[in-house]
Unconditional design. Sequence first.
Length: 731
Amino acid sequence: MTRYVIVGDGGAGTTAAQTIRQRDRSAEIMIISDDPNPAYYRAALTNYLVGELNEAQLWAVPPSFYSKLKIERVFGRVVGLDTAAQRLSLQNGQSVPYDRLLIAAGSRAKRPPFAGGSLPGVMTMRTLRDVREVIDLVKLKQLKRAVIVGGGPLAMEWVVGLHERGVRVTYVLRGDHLMRRTLDRTASDLTLSRMKLAGVDVRTNEEVAEVLGDGRVTAVRLKSGAKIGCELVGVAIGVTCNTEWLAGSAVSLDATTQAVLTDDKMATTAAHIWAAGDVAQVGEHLLQLWEPARLQGRTAGVNMTGGEARFALGAHYNATRLYDLDFASVGDFREDNGVTALVDFPRTGKEIRYRKLFVRGGQLQGAILLGDRKLGVRQRGRLYKKLIDARLNITELMQSPFDELPPLLDPHFDLRSWIEHVVRPSENTLGAPKTVVNRNGEMRRTQAFKLPVQPDAPTRQAQAKATEALTAVGLPAPMKTMMRIGNDVEHPAYVIVAGKKIKLAQRQIAVGRAADVCDLVLNDAGVSHVHAHIVQDGRDWYVRDAGSRNGTYVGEKRVTVPHLLENGDELVLGESRLRFETAVPRRTKQVQSKPRPQKQAAVALACPHCAATIKKTTKFCPQCGRAVAEAEQVRPYLVVLDGAQKGRRAVLGDRAWVGRDFHCDLVLANGVISGRHLEIVKRNDSYWVRDWGSRNGSRLDGEPLGAIFVLWQPNDTISLADTVSIRLNTT
């Protein structure tokens, strides 16, 4: 049995895993990710912020993806790679072996270079949790003014997303040219004018000198000396490849981009290792876009299982939007010798429409398109990409006998049919020319193409309509999903909250504090505005965290993969507990057997991660679900004494953190607990503790804890924010 390990579960990682499972049914597949939420469309986070996508459209795979494809998802961070021993090192001390490895670790947003960039309120938009935090701030009316920095599409989408939610936005652009890789000067000027028309405060040829604040952002000072008050600074100044953990390995990186170098088979310079997605550089091309990442993941998956596939780049296509405008750019739009430019730029004042095509030697080389969303800018851009990739001669489409727009720019011309006719002429019939009247009452002629009707045309139309919302924002259709959202629940289920039994009356239930968007509202300060989803997939029900601050738990186990719910499961959200009930029987047949007397072990064994009691032969802890390389004697651990998480444990190493942040060793889902509340260190077999500047303080046996380490004796109790108590146990 071959063991495949994939680092990262974005578009590349999940596509590769699905491809591997299709080609190798007996494979052992593991995905390692440091994001507590399973695969979602990162490229669509700003569209979700604006409200153009709903919850169901944000997730890249159905909730049963991992369980039905038998993919183990490990929540953890990779910190090292030993290519000789073929092993990965995780931050928690685990070592993971592999037979074949895919590096799909993605990228992260660059941190701001200016002073004050580490203050709370200075944010990047890279994870679902980032978006949730912004939405929560808006709903709590703690975000009224924002400053956005950056010159790319993400910065522009930040501006639109916040402005559409009623936030006063100041946009700071270092130069005066927006999206240099996508727009030329004319298109950039049109875009900035549209922002100003909407009410955005646009500051060109400016830079942020420093961020001001006392504990949190209150204002920014520009290099010109101007001071702008704000509660949030959104930074979108590029990304950095997540490749630090590859230092010292046999995997070669580009000296400038620090991306993994691959060939067109996505193979790296190290044996048995491939790379795909944002982290992979194929030759000189580092694309860092969702659809190419999926194609690279599929290519890698085929080759990892012994197949033969190559990644074909094709013309580079990019698209985004601003209010009612769509943008698209494709191919190469450099104007040099031998390039003919075709321009459509009507200045009627009624609409914004700008299109510029670049033709060399009778073939389309590149295109820039901008216009009202109703004009089908993106669809036209994708057709231009087909022309470029197929290297079709378009000379006849550049001629205009009526001194009007040539067919290549004419929005009435059926370009899709023309391409079909040229590529497969035997399957198409040329229709007679027809005369149409444009909106100005002028006569014009177009060439119509009649295509034979395919028997499955209605099916294709239905599929296209079902994925229209995704393609409208430049996203591919999702993987084949087994989830249907609606009100026709076949196998009803219930949750019991505070003694009240509530029927789950639709296939996706949003749970949280926001009454305007949640189906099940919890009045709990430790619960996020949208905290989790309870989703029906076929006959099964799953719970999925929705990017909450404090995490979602089933019992003591944190939900990092959609969790299959069983009758009687207890869900913990903040301080709230929900009991799940269903009449659907378990899938596995329960076999009644006589209880066998258990032998008492001479030495108590415990999971090294959560301290739960385990057997010597245990491979995966039944309590926390994590792999147990070797059972150990009971080690010192922390235990929660009260509250909704009473009984939760965390094993202590040489250093540990307690707080609300999911990176802490002991995570406390409580709104009054700080992200990092306590720090614990081990010195000379003793444990020392200090408060980490928490908002609401800590007490050790009633005495306030400060920033100086004090000795923590076994069985002594610490109270955090006078709400949750924890104890140190050594036996």
